[in-house]
Design a protein around this ligand. Structure first.
Ligand SMILES: Nc1ncnc2c1ncn2[C@@H]1O[C@H](COP(=O)(O)OP(=O)(O)OP(=O)(O)O)[C@@H](O)[C@H]1O
Length: 688
């Protein structure tokens, strides 16, 4: 335990002139403020001060440790008494005593004085008279004998007197000490105030330390974050470095390749430079040649101009030639006759051939393709199916005979001149005449499953008309075409392009009687071959077909496809009006052979009547009779302007190859021969 007095400052009276009290914090002042310091208790802080007493410039540390009480005796005790009394001697003797004030206090303890308080001889010059004796005391003599009671009493009394004096001195000294104590308390208060200020300062410093610690922690965290960021950046940079090194390696490789390419290109450039020089040379030569060509072009232009003038003249000549051609063409047609007859024998059908039929009775005699010879079969029972010397031959001659091997194209080639005449402004009429199943529809239209090679005369004629019209456009000709398709069944006219539900009447189109028209019939302006083919399909569908026992697809009506061709030439001012009639007649059958009864018999009669009247009209025309019986049948009435007069007529007589049809074939060929022998006049072109 710290002695209370040790905390107290030394009284000013006892202190030398300079006393430095080290502040408690002075210990820490030299230390690093940043380093954490253990917090000291106030007692520790207070206990630290070291009181340094400077005496004559010598620094003597004053122990803060409590001093053990020492017994003061002898002259030192006397000097202390004197100092307490404030005598001059005290000042002189005070100096050595001032260094050890504790001894003065301890001196109050009488107990240890027993052994040490033996009076010692003192300086008599400083002792008071009364005291001197006491302090000095009786001289120590030898020990009084036990019996010397008086002497011993005197010694005791003397000692008592000394003690009393000492006690009074001590009392004075206590009084003085109390004054010192007040001073010390004042000093203590100052020290307390200083201590409080120091505490306040400590708190402030502690706050500063905490703030500094907080700032340090914040700074540390920031630095750690910065460090982390730097590490990350460093990693990125390292990766980038790796990538960059890779890129660098690739670039080096590429650079190496480029160098190689540059070397190659340099070599190539040298070649190109040489080529360029060569090209320049060529260019200069070409320029020179170009100048020559320019001159030649100028000359050629002049020649072309001359040629163009020549071509214009030639075009004019061509148009004149076209006009001449038309005249010559139609002159030839006229010379050939305005009615011509072609005979055509169809081949045996597959089922006919398989049943053993042969075409032995027909002979295509001669090499001119104009003759046909039929040999009659000997029907004597003994010679059935054989030919004998009694067999009868029938020879016929026509404008052309087509045997069974003839193709549709070969047949059309012969009639294409007539089609051209229709474009030139003539009325043309092509008939197909023959018994049922002889090949009329095949010749005019083609078979049911028609193909390009088997197309009949109607589709081929239409194609030629559009092709020729296109070619004539270059020569100034423009055509408009109107198509109609009619059927005559049981002497009734029916429109095959319409619904067919209205009654059609044949009338003269004008008072002059140059043309006929059919009421309630459909007329379609056609501009293309495909459009016409479509109309033909529609008509075929609408056409009345009735089965008879003569032919599985027997047509019991006449069909008339009519194409009106109106042409005009703006260059020559010419115009033309022609009509192409393509007629598929109903099958000619003898009533005895047809086996028809009832309605079919009536059909057959009407058919034969109209065909007979056709022959009559042709005969009347040939005989130049005044009256031509056109109106005796619908057929001749409808074809009035296409038969005779300015028209050109072609008749196909179709013949069956079957021997059993021998008689019908002979009838047909005889009818055709009559027609062929007619001269129905000179055809006239209808030109406005
Ligand atoms: N030249 C030919 N080549 C091949 N087959 C033909 C030829 N002529 C006609 N035929 C075929 O003979 C059959 C009868 O011909 P088609 O129908 O043309 O006779 P048709 O005289 O018109 O008969 P109908 O008067 O009854 O209408 C048909 O199957 C037809 O395809």
């Amino acid at each position: 335990m710290v002695h209370p007095m040790s905390k107290l400052p030394v009284p000013s009276k006892l202190r030398p002139p300079q006393v430095n009290v080290k502040r408690p914090l002075a210990v820490d002042e030299g230390k690093d403020e940043g380093a954490p310091q253990p917090k000291r208790s106030k007692s520790e802080v207070v206990a630290k001060p070291t009181v340094t007493v400077r005496t004559n410039g010598v620094k003597k540390p004053t122990a803060s440790k409590p001093q053990k009480p020492k017994v003061v005796s002898g002259p030192r005790a006397v000097s202390q008494v004197n100092r307490a009394a404030g005598g001059s001697t005290r000042q002189a003797a005070a100096k050595p005593a001032a260094a050890k004030p504790a001894k003065q206090i301890v001196a109050r303890n009488p107990a240890p004085a027993r052994s040490t308080a033996r009076p010692r001889p003192t300086n008599t010059s400083t002792a008071k008279p009364g005291v001197t004796s006491a302090t000095n005391g009786p001289k120590k003599t030898s020990k009084r004998p036990a019996w010397d009671l008086k002497g011993r009493l005197a010694d005791i009394e003397s000692q008592l007197e000394v003690r009393n004096v000492a006690n009074s001195q001590l009392l004075q000294e206590v009084t003085a000490k109390r004054g010192d104590n007040d001073v010390l308390e004042h000093s203590n208060k100052q020290q307390q105030a200083a201590l409080e200020r120091a505490d306040s300062k400590i708190l402030q410093l502690e706050r500063q330390v905490r703030d500094a610690e907080d700032e340090l922690a914040s700074t540390t965290r920031r630095l750690q974050r910065d460090n982390s960021d730097l590490l990350q950046t460093n990693h990125q940079m390292e990766r980038q470095l790796v990538d960059t090194r890779g890129d660098l390696a690739a670039s080096r490789q590429e650079c190496s390749g480029l160098k190689q390419s540059v070397a190659q290109m340099t070599a190539a450039q040298a070649g190109i430079t040489a080529q360029l020089a060569n090209t320049k040379l060529n260019y200069e030569q070409s320029q020179e040649a170009g100048r020559r060509y320019q001159a030649e072009i100028a000359e050629l232009k002049a020649v072309i101009a001359e040629h163009q003038a020549t071509i214009a003249d030639q075009d004019s000549q061509i148009r004149d030639n076209e006009t001449t051609r038309r005249k010559l063409h139609n002159t030839i047609q006229e010379l050939k006759g305005n009615i011509r007859v072609f005979c055509r024998v169809r081949p045996l059908l597959p089922d006919e051939a398989s049943s053993g039929d042969e075409i032995g009775h027909i002979n295509f005699a001669g090499t001119d393709n104009k003759s046909i010879e039929l040999t009659n079969v000997d029907l004597n029972e003994s010679n059935v199916g054989t030919r004998s010397s009694s067999s009868k031959k029938f020879d016929f001659a026509f404008d052309r005979v087509f045997d069974p091997s003839s193709t549709q194209a070969e047949v059309f080639e012969e009639i294409s001149q007539l089609v051209q005449s229709a474009l030139d402004g003539y009325n043309v009429c092509v008939f197909a005449y023959g018994q049922t199943g002889s090949g009329k529809t095949f010749t005019m239209e083609g078979p049911d499953n028609v193909e390009e090679q088997t197309e009949g005369m109607i589709p081929r004629a239409v194609r030629q008309i559009f092709q020729t019209a296109g070619q004539l456009r270059e020569k100034g000709w423009e055509y408009t075409m109107e198509a109609s398709f009619l059927e005559i069944y049981n002497e009734t006219v029916r429109d095959l392009l319409g619904a067919g539900d209205k009654k059609c009447e044949i009338k003269m189109a004008d008072a002059k009687g140059t043309d006929v028209e059919v009421t309630n019939s459909t007329t379609v302006t056609v501009t293309s071959e495909g459009q016409v083919q479509s109309l033909l399909g529609r008509a075929t569908h609408n056409r009345a077909v009735a089965a008879t026992n003569c032919n599985e697809r027997s047509s019991r009506s006449h069909s008339v496809f009519r194409l009106k061709l109106n042409g005009s030439n703006a260059l020559t001012g010419e115009s033309s009006q022609g009509t192409l009639n393509l007629v598929d007649l109903a099958g000619s059958e003898r009533l005895s052979q047809s086996g028809s009864t009832g309605d079919r018999l009536r059909e057959t009669k009407n058919i034969n009547r109209s065909l007979s009247n056709l022959g009559n009209v042709i005969m009347a025309l040939a005989n130049k009779e005044h009256h031509i019986p056109y109106r005796n049948s619908k057929l001749t009435h409808l074809l009035q302007n296409s038969l005779g007069g300015n028209s050109k007529t072609l008749m196909f007589v179709n013949v069956s190859p079957r021997e059993e049809n021998f008689q019908e074939s002979i009838c047909s060929l005889r009818f055709a021969t009559k027609v062929n022998q007619c001269n129905i006049g000179t055809a006239q072109k209808k030109v406005k």
